[in-house]
Design a protein around this ligand. Structure first.
Ligand SMILES: [Zn+2]
Ligand SMILES: [Zn+2]
Length: 137
């Protein structure tokens, strides 16, 4: 499938009306898997399409999150980062390059202290030095 078709298909699947800007934002997220912030997403799209406004990018990201098309995570600096992967997964944060890697986990814990609580999501964040940075040492 061509990327543009893929983008359209995804928007349709999540019941989001396709617009040129929405397609640009989604396309960017499909290509950048480093969990970019809204600021980074905006800067990169804006470089190619100077007509797009910051508000449009932010609103689009919020809509995607609300519809369940993308997920978010908090970085060390408490910035929201966006992720095209929505199924449950863990994050590895590299302390050197700041990149955030996805990994699958089968972590199902029993939190007996939280009996009766409703747990909405479980975030697993591992920190360290990624392979690439380690090899470049
Ligand atoms: Zn690294
Ligand atoms: Zn992720």
């Amino acid at each position: 499938m061509k990327r543009k078709d893929e983008v359209l298909h995804l928007l349709e699947e999540y019941d989001i009306k396709p617009s040129y800007q929405r397609m640009q934002v989604l396309e960017y997220l499909m290509y950048d898997d480093t969990h970019p912030t809204a600021e980074i997403i905006f800067t990169n799209i804006h470089a190619k399409s100077p007509m797009i406004s910051k508000a449009t990018v932010y609103n689009t990201l919020n809509l995607f999150v609300k519809k369940g098309l993308i997920s978010t995570m908090m970085s060390d600096k408490l910035e929201v980062r966006y992720d095209i992967v929505t199924e449950e997964h863990g994050h590895f944060v590299c302390k050197k390059c700041g990149r955030v890697y996805n990994f699958k986990h089968r972590y199902k814990n029993n939190y007996s202290e939280l009996d009766g609580f409703y747990i909405e999501n479980e975030e697993i964040i591992l920190k360290g030095i990624c392979k690439e940075c380690k090899n470049n040492c």
